[in-house]
Write a protein that binds this ligand. Structure first.
Ligand SMILES: [Zn+2]
Length: 214
């Protein structure tokens, strides 16, 4: 007589011999869990690296757009580069442009003379603003006052204009509020000419020359 034990094609057979899924043994379940654990351990660092890289790419793109907005501002107003929140009133529609995706404080940090934070723009500014970095201090001006003329020590289109402090490596600035462990000591810089470059963060800005761009 023909066996119907493994027949799954006829409803009558199923009624006679209902298929029951075989239960997993404990060892099989543990094996599957172990494999999932190993895969997760392998993939998570890759995912976090990819996310970090994506944030860095958006930061570079934002810095370039700030560079374009600055150029438009200077063509319209024939002025030296303004501080960043002023661009928001004139050449930038989306204020989120001023907040780096890696900024753990979402642009609200005001613990540094060079970063506006939320003082003039409630949505915040993550980026540092450099042009005033020598003359106003000597002249007793504050950081928010008009930027100085670009005299000796400045380098036209290669002058550091805006920097992203949120890619600082803590190894070089233990007091930095946050850091990017993949920064490896480099900081992203927007130049006055609109290009995004890198400088070594351990290099003091006052001693910087454009040959040190990475
Ligand atoms: Zn950034």
């Amino acid at each position: 007589m023909k066996s119907m034990r493994h027949c799954i094609f006829h409803s009558s057979c199923l009624r006679l011999y209902p298929l029951r899924p075989r239960a997993f043994t404990l060892i099989e379940v543990l094996c599957v869990l172990a494999i999932i654990g190993v895969l997760a351990a392998l993939l998570l660092p890759v995912l976090s690296r990819v996310r970090g890289q994506a944030r860095r790419t958006s930061c570079v793109s934002q810095l370039r757009q700030i560079g374009l907005a600055t150029e438009m501002y200077r063509q319209d107003w024939d002025e030296l580069p303004p501080h960043l929140s002023r661009l928001n009133e004139t050449s930038v529609r989306n204020a989120q442009l001023f907040v780096c995706p890696s900024d753990a404080e979402r642009g609200q940090y005001t613990g540094n003379d060079y970063i506006e934070g939320k003082i003039y723009l409630s949505s915040g500014v993550s980026y540092e603003y450099f042009p005033q970095w020598e003359l106003p201090r000597l002249a007793g001006l504050n950081w928010y006052q008009s930027p100085p003329n670009f005299g000796p020590g400045k380098w036209e289109s290669l002058t550091p204009y805006v920097g992203c402090a949120w890619h600082w490596a803590r190894a070089f600035d233990a007091g930095a509020p946050t850091h990017d462990s993949k920064a490896n000591g480099w900081e992203l810089i927007l130049t006055l000419g609109g290009s995004v470059r890198k400088i070594r963060i351990e290099q003091r800005l006052l001693q910087f020359t454009p040959e040190q761009y990475g």
